[in-house]
Design a protein around this ligand. Structure first.
Ligand SMILES: Nc1ncnc2c1ncn2[C@@H]1O[C@H](COP(=O)(O)OP(=O)(O)OP(=O)(O)O)[C@@H](O)[C@H]1O
Ligand SMILES: [Mg+2]
Length: 512
């Protein structure tokens, strides 16, 4: 008797213009962590959404514990023991943890005595290392804690097969460690875990087996101990991938961005920036390292005009642009790649074409007076789609239907096409596959060659040390130090990220 928790056979799923899953076979065993890998748009989320009852396959069969099942809704899926944790959590902010866990769950009312419920939640939490206060309100929790609530919710409903779609993309290194120990405990308790990620080191570290999809097809299922990141990248992309980045020595020019003693508040009205000062020069990449939630988001928003400053100044090429409108900042040729691709970065209901010209349509040659130059706009948009390799069925396709990586390419295409003087990139490669990450890095370096000043905010230390010329570490709204990546160890950066100050290096010392 095989210990297959799940067997999917010949799964086919078509969307308008796309064959997202092309006769995919996929099986997960009880007691294993099975990683699902593939480039952006390879069909990972689609395949798992079929298992979780969100989409219905056009063809193919699903077996759970060797029994053919018909999953037509998320409710059917949970009855079969399948629970999926999505990248965007579906929790209600004003409700408590316990309320969110039971919301919409149709267990008879009288069983849901509050005390007992809270106790049950705590027991599951202890068993799997998912500790959260059942009475806390969702808005009080960090992203990592909210994710724990989503996992608890599924376990509470009896899920034996847990699917996590890029769960680490939003976590700090510490939280990733905790999540991994939870995944291990779940596997040991006889659950089956499907783990989707683009980070090959993570996949090597946590999984027992790996299935690779490419362009909707399954290319391989391998035992993790028999493979390596190079082979995985090759299977995913269909060619050799080079992990090292070629970078010319920096030639910093004039000061493009000057931030002086900047103060700002967070959404909750608490001080998020407490006197930040830094400069970014033409032709250089200044990286900002730090654990999420230490003021990075607020810093990017104040510079791009989305959040007012409480004190201090933002100067761009010598012009005071403190607390002006986003439109005014765009006029100064500032490109912004926001953390939130779906809310701030794109308008989901608009087409790919409209999103590509979102910032340009008011000016020539896109419009002349009151008329839009439709021919020019179409040509411009299709050349961007081609140049940036945005995979989309048509220019009229809604942006919300693009895969994560393709949406990010769209934003980059739009932002880079204005030849920015200053570029603010917030987690630009989060959720991107190896080759998309490679191309984003190449594009950032190209902008640097063209003399743009780039502020790169990231939590990925490998990325930061690989492409930044200087690195500033932020902690609780203050800069702990500005260093040259080559001259410090990862430990030193880690210490600064935890709040230890370092003697500030002036950029002149660094570059002379
Ligand atoms: N609801 C939908 N309607 C139309 N097309 C869709 C829909 N969902 C996904 N697609 C398309 O199906 C293909 C597979 O998408 P899917 O989201 O499964 O990829 P993925 O492997 O999860 O990618 P990523 O790593 O970027 O998350 C893509 O081309 C995507 O644009
Ligand atoms: Mg996906």
């Amino acid at each position: 008797m095989e210990n297959n928790a799940v067997k999917m056979e010949g799964i086919v799923k078509r969307f308008p213009g796309v064959l997202a899953n092309d006769h995919v076979d996929f099986e997960v065993r009880t007691g294993e962590v099975h990683a699902l890998l593939g480039e952006n748009g390879a069909g990972k989320t689609t395949l798992m959404s079929i298992l979780a009852g969100i989409y219905r396959a056009d063809a193919g069969n699903i077996y759970i514990n060797n029994r053919r099942v018909h999953i037509k809704s998320p409710r059917d899926a949970i009855k079969e023991g399948v629970g999926m944790i999505h990248q965007n959590f579906l929790l209600i902010n004003s409700h408590s943890v316990a309320e969110n866990i039971t919301l919409g769950y149709d267990r008879p009312r009288f069983l849901l005595k509050r005390k007992k419920l809270e106790q049950e939640i705590q027991e599951i939490g202890q068993k799997f290392g998912l500790e959260v206060d059942p009475q806390a309100k969702i808005w009080q929790l960090s992203v990592g804690e909210q994710q724990r609530v989503e996992i608890l919710k599924m376990l509470y409903r009896g899920a034996k097969i847990l699917i996590l779609d890029e769960p680490t993309a939003v976590l700090t290194p510490q939280e990733v460690q905790e999540l991994f120990s939870t995944l291990r405990r779940m596997a040991q308790a006889g659950h089956a875990v499907v783990f989707i990620s683009h980070k090959l080191e993570e996949v090597m570290r946590i999984s027992d087996r790996i299935t690779v999809l490419r362009k909707g097809r399954k290319v391989a299922t391998l035992a993790t101990r028999d493979t390596n990141p190079g082979e995985l990248a090759r299977l995913m992309v269909g060619r050799e991938v080079f992990f090292d980045i070629k970078k010319s020595p920096p030639k910093p020019g004039e000061e493009v961005l000057a931030i002086r003693d900047l103060h700002a508040l967070s959404d909750k009205g608490l001080p998020a920036l407490k006197g930040v000062s830094l400069s970014v020069y033409s032709g250089e990449i200044l990286g900002i390292a730090g654990v999420a939630g230490n003021g990075q988001k607020e810093l990017a928003e104040v510079i791009s005009g989305l959040r007012p400053a409480k004190g201090g100044k933002v100067l761009i090429c010598g012009k005071d642009l403190t607390s002006v409108s986003p439109r005014r900042v765009i006029e100064e040729k500032v490109a912004y790649i926001p953390e939130d691709r779906k809310g701030v970065g794109t308008v989901g209901n608009l087409s790919v074409l409209d999103n590509l010209i979102l910032k340009d349509y008011r000016r020539a040659p896109f419009s002349s007076g009151t008329f839009l130059n439709l021919r020019y706009i179409r040509d411009h948009a299709s050349s961007l789609v081609e140049k940036f390799q945005i995979i989309t069925p048509t220019l009229e396709t809604s942006a919300k239907l693009l895969s994560g990586g393709n949406l990010q390419r769209l934003i980059l295409a739009r932002e880079i096409s204005c030849s920015p003087k200053l570029m603010i990139a917030v987690h630009p490669t989060r959720g991107l596959d190896v080759s998309a990450t490679e191309s984003v890095h190449r594009m950032l370096l190209e902008q640097r060659e063209n003399g743009a000043a780039i502020l790169l905010i990231s939590e990925d230390l490998d990325e930061l040390t690989a492409i930044s010329d200087r690195l500033a570490v932020i902690y609780e709204g203050e800069i702990m130090g500005i260093v040259e990546p080559k001259e410090v160890t990862l430990e030193e950066i880690g210490l600064m990220m935890a709040g230890k100050k370092r003697k500030m290096l002036e950029s002149s010392e660094v570059t002379s």
